[in-house]
Design a binder for this molecule. Structure first.
Ligand code: TEU
Length: 550
């Protein structure tokens, strides 16, 4: 089972460059800032950095609207700095994975400028156009548009263009072979620089039925079913694999995984030669209600995915990214009493499951959601347009604001908390988004000096995964499936067997171990001085333990 693939064994650390470290005082994180923190990255023990988009962009969606795929965003720095960064990472044994955002470009990309200029422009078919004389286009849902209308009328040529995301993110027409060649060239450009892979943004949506058939009423509630896994997706992936991916030693991650296990497997089954691993959203669909979530649902998702993928494909394991709330606020408990313990408990989970762990910047400190209450506090287009929409439709605004407070993507985009000085040591200027006021106590500097900190626990847990290949490759077996407070499982590889115990609750939980489990050694414990007894164990609130067992 051990196949030595680096992208299975590595720990991924995700950096949202806008918010990591500002080196030039303009309030926006940049490449120079990441370069300053290279030694910090190395000190974490992580193996791979996934960097959100750094390409030229008018920033309608913070870099997910790209106007030049071969240039660096002005605010982020220069290509020379990029080269320095990549070299600095490689020197420290860290690989770099970049975002590939090619379901859409920016409307400010020259391709689109050309495309919209006339109906017979050579770039016309780089995008999806619907000529107005055919009447209104078949409805399509936009994730970000104020009206959720994915067709935007453009008078220049009396036609509508398609945009699944914002109107400044027109969808590229993958059915056009020229578009695909452009993408392959872009990929080669970065791979030849030496980067180590791509996270393929919204990739499941690229192939479209260009007859644009009508979808049934309410289809947008199951959007992935209708938008995902389009008619030629696999053809394009195989072509891409043949022309680009197979020529490099890289990792490729599909963001989104269709709507069934069969879809997911079809994207990453090794013999199909398409992509390496899926990044499915099912874990993120839990806990979006304001009144918490049921641990049984949580266990169920991860257990079903593990058994579905078992020998057939590889998954990403994560509890946060730049599109969702902070993990400790959503899945743990961010009250002062339990924040650190629950954050370490979740860290234990991410790093002890089968699949490649993706860890989001700041989570190593137990950074929390920020408590925004005014719509003017928000920066994210999804929040701002959603608010306009709620206003227009006469929705309950106070409920909308509550949901935003909890779920907004901006929660996870606040500046990294480096120290207790002004702006958390993120920037000398005015940060582009508010710093979480809790930075005075929650920051890297404080935690460096505390052996019990979340930060040092993360390092320990990363090391534990390195020392025990069973945590990467071992079989996963759920224990006590009906226990509503404790998530427990074993990992087994040949002779080595580990037991993972995670108390997801605010109260102590007693466990009666079956006779077949004999504890050998405690490998990690997120709380100090808790007495443990063989066979009858009491887990303290949010306690996490890993034992080697017989
Ligand atoms: O997000 C894509 C994404 O989240 C959708 O594919 C998802 O299916 C949809 O929102 C339903 O939940 C990526 C980036 O992560 C995000 O930051 C960008 O805004 C987006 O693509 C557009 O590029």
């Amino acid at each position: 089972k051990i196949d030595g693939q680096w992208w299975k064994e590595g720990v991924v650390y995700q950096i949202y460059p806008r918010s990591f470290k500002d080196s030039d005082g303009d309030g926006i994180g940049d490449l120079g800032g990441i370069i300053e923190k290279l030694d910090y990255l190395q000190s974490l023990g992580i193996d791979i950095v996934w960097l959100n988009p750094i390409y030229s962009s008018p920033n309608d969606d913070n870099g997910y609207d790209i106007s030049d795929y071969r240039a660096i965003m002005d605010e982020f720095g220069t290509m020379e700095e990029f080269d320095t960064l990549l070299k600095g990472m490689h020197e420290r044994g860290i690989k770099l994975v970049m975002d590939l955002v090619v379901n859409h470009s920016s409307d400010e990309h020259t391709w689109f400028q050309e495309s919209k200029s006339s109906r017979d422009n050579p770039y016309r078919d780089y995008y999806h156009w619907w000529e107005a004389e055919k009447g209104k286009p078949t409805p399509r849902y936009s994730f970000f548009d104020v009206n959720n209308d994915a067709w935007k009328y453009d008078s220049t040529t009396n036609a509508y263009y398609l945009h699944y995301f914002s109107r400044k993110q027109p969808d590229l027409n993958w059915e056009n072979p020229k578009v695909r060649q452009e993408v392959y060239d872009i990929m080669k450009y970065w791979l030849d620089k030496g980067i180590d892979g791509f996270r393929m943004d919204a990739f499941q949506y690229v192939s479209k039925d260009t007859t644009f058939p009508a979808f049934p009423e309410g289809y947008e509630k199951n959007i992935i079913e209708y938008y995902g896994m389009g008619p030629h997706l696999h053809d394009y992936l195989r072509e891409m694999n043949r022309e680009v991916i197979s020529k490099y030693d890289i990792m490729t991650v599909a963001e989104g995984a269709g709507s069934t296990f069969e879809d997911a497997i079809s994207l990453v089954a090794p013999e199909r030669k398409e992509l390496d691993m899926v990044y499915h959203f099912e874990g993120m669909d839990i806990g979006n209600d304001l009144d918490g979530y049921d641990l049984l649902d949580f266990k169920d998702v991860y257990t079903r995915w593990d058994s579905a993928m078992e020998d057939k494909g590889w998954v990403s394991i994560f509890l946060a990214n730049h599109d969702v709330p902070r993990m400790v606020s959503k899945f743990g408990n961010d009250s002062p009493e339990f924040r650190a313990a629950s954050s370490k408990m979740l860290t234990t989970f991410i790093l002890s499951m089968r699949g490649t762990p993706y860890y989001y910047y700041g989570d190593e400190l137990g950074m929390t959601n920020i408590d925004f209450d005014q719509i003017s506090d928000y920066k994210d287009i999804a929040a701002l347009n959603g608010y306009q929409n709620a206003l227009k439709e006469g929705k309950d605004l106070s409920r909308y604001m509550k949901k935003l407070n909890f779920l907004s993507r901006d929660n996870a985009r606040t500046p990294m908390q480096w120290n207790a000085s002004k702006n958390a040591g993120f920037s000398n200027g005015e940060p582009w988004i508010a710093v979480n006021p809790n930075y005075k106590s929650i920051n890297v500097e404080n935690q460096e000096n505390d052996p019990q900190s979340c930060l040092n626990y993360f390092r320990k847990m990363v090391q534990l995964r390195k020392d025990h290949p069973v945590l990467v490759y071992g079989d996963y077996q759920l224990l006590w499936p009906k226990n509503k407070k404790v998530y427990a499982y074993t990992r087994t590889l040949d002779q080595e067997k580990l037991l993972v115990l995670l108390n997801f609750s605010t109260t102590p939980s007693q466990l009666q171990l079956p006779k077949s489990i004999v504890l050998k050694k405690e490998l990690i414990n997120n709380l100090e001085n808790k007495n443990l007894h063989q066979s009858k164990l009491t887990l303290a609130p949010y306690q996490a333990l890993i034992f080697s067992i017989q």
